[in-house]
Design a protein around this ligand. Structure first.
Ligand code: UD1
Ligand code: CA
Length: 454
């Protein structure tokens, strides 16, 4: 049995007031469209078809070959949009799930329920409805006296009686494919708007005495459609709670999930605590028993176990076990802190490896460096890694003691056990177990001595 999803995403999304196509606006780190495709994966495993129009190039570029794209031009309504999929799918699939690409909160299990309902239906289509007090412009579900679905009436044509109906059309339908293509052709142009409404397909089935089934949903939140940025923020808040609840059920503590912003796909181990105002983005993995935050931003990073990350920023970084950083530490791309590293306030590390037990307590910049185990980096140490053209490496051995305010002018090597005095400017390699201090004085100009009067 083949099931294929058709996503309608050609509309302009005028009310978003945006240069970015509506379906590419992100929620919890992924575009709206990603969320819908993800939710459809289980119910409709065939390669999905996305009907694009406004912003087609951008949407196609984003999708790559994860979906078949088909352009709807001009955009003559949702019925017309669904019709575009016929050349791609006719004779190739048993069921088609049609849904709108602006409903990112619909869950995988909801689409599965819709498919199961249709598999048991002797008629050609099933649809998803929701009971809600606030209709928000959704189409109303009109039922016959015997309770079966009779029609979907769009809000602007609904009679005052129909407007009171609290059962609404969500915008997810499952069809028997062979029936769908002919039925789409029978949809007539709506006289008022000049569009072909997919919703009219219900009446076509009813006219032919074919039963239409409805899956009635009770979670209105899940059916939020995004038309404005206000809806987007509401959906994002709901999604945030969904993600955070899952982490908490997996054993992660959150003092205030409403102010804890974790992207979809982030992994967090049990007994880790995430404190308020913390953002965890992208491809990030956090191990067990860590304390993260408050006031922390982490992106595309990996954190081992038992670490503390307080009020700090990490991007493209890796910290191993028992590391503590912050407050106000910054780890940039390629920062790798091995176990038991301590990094205090106002340190910055990029493209560098800090060996086990390295201490970098205060005010330092470490770039393009490797630092051996148990080395101490004094306050205010700078690796001067950039000569105006290229980045140069600094290699610091094990058990080194770098005095406060040392300038390490790269390229440079310091052997194991070396020491620098406070304020040293190191321009030449330092052998093992050697102390260097100051900066060798050198002549800068010749002075004229005044002759004493005899
Ligand atoms: C639609 C439904 C309505 C339902 C509501 C739920 C119709 C006629 N109405 O109304 O019953 O309650 O969704 O959110 O279907 N699109 C195209 N091509 C077009 C027109 C639209 O691809 O020519 C796409 C849009 O990009 C969008 C989706 O179809 O993703 C829905 O279109 P939209 O204009 O938002 O429909 P609603 O007025 O919300
Ligand atoms: Ca809509």
């Amino acid at each position: 049995m083949k099931v294929t999803a058709v996503l309608l995403a050609a509309g302009q999304g005028t009310r978003m007031k945006s240069d970015l196509p509506k379906v590419l606006h992100p929620l919890s780190g992924k575009p709206m469209l990603w969320h819908v495709l993800e939710a459809l994966k289980d119910a409709a495993p065939e390669k999905p078809v996305v009907v694009v129009g406004h912003g087609a190039e951008e949407v196609k570029k984003y999708l790559g070959d994860s979906a078949e794209c088909i352009v709807q031009e001009p955009q003559l309504g949702t019925g017309h949009a669904a019709m575009q999929a016929e050349p791609l799918l006719k004779g190739k699939t048993d069921y088609v799930i049609v849904t709108y690409a602006d409903m990112p909160l619909l869950r995988g299990e909801t689409f599965k329920r819709l498919l199961e309902t249709q598999r048991l239906n002797s008629g050609p289509l099933s649809l998803l409805t929701v009971i809600a007090d606030d209709p928000r412009g959704f189409g109303r579900i009109v039922r016959k006296a015997d309770g079966t679905v009779e029609a979907i009436v769009e809000e602007y044509v609904a009679t005052p009686e129909q407007q009171k109906i609290t059962e609404l059309n969500v915008g997810a339908y499952c069809f028997i494919a062979d029936w769908l293509w002919d039925a789409l052709r029978r949809i007539e142009k709506n006289p008022k708007k000049g569009e072909y409404y997919l919703t009219d397909i219900v009446e076509i089935a009813v006219k032919d005495d074919l039963p239409v089934q409805a899956v009635v949903h009770d979670d209105f939140i899940e059916t939020i459609g995004i038309n404005t940025r206000i809806h987007l923020s509401e959906a994002e808040a709901a999604l945030r709670m969904r993600i955070n609840h899952q982490h908490m059920l997996n054993g992660v503590s959150m003092m205030d999930p409403a102010s804890t912003y974790i992207d979809v796909g982030v992994k967090i181990g049990r007994d880790t605590t995430v404190l308020p105002n913390t953002y965890v983005h992208g491809n990030t993995e956090i191990g067990k028993s860590n304390v993260i935050g408050p006031n922390t931003i982490i992106r595309d990073s990996r954190i081992g176990n038992r670490c503390k990350v307080l009020a700090s920023v990490m991007e493209g970084a890796l910290i191993e076990d028992d590391v503590d950083i912050g407050p106000f530490a910054r780890l940039r791309k390629g920062a790798h802190l091995k176990s038991h590293v301590h990094m205090g306030n106002f340190g910055e590390v990029k493209d560098s490896t800090l060996g086990e037990g390295v201490k970098l307590g205060h005010f330092s910049y470490i770039g393009n460096a490797t630092i051996g185990a148990n080395t101490n980096i004094g306050a205010g140490t700078i690796t001067a890694n950039y000569d105006g053209e290229k980045k140069n490496p600094t290699e610091i051995g094990e058990d080194v003691f770098i005095g406060s305010d040392t300038m390490l002018i790269a390229p440079l090597k310091l052997g194991d056990g070396a020491r620098t005095g406070a304020g040293a400017v190191v321009t030449k390699n330092v052998p093992e177990d050697t102390l260097v201090v100051g900066m060798p004085a050198r002549a800068i100009r010749k002075l004229e001595r005044k002759k004493k009067k005899g």
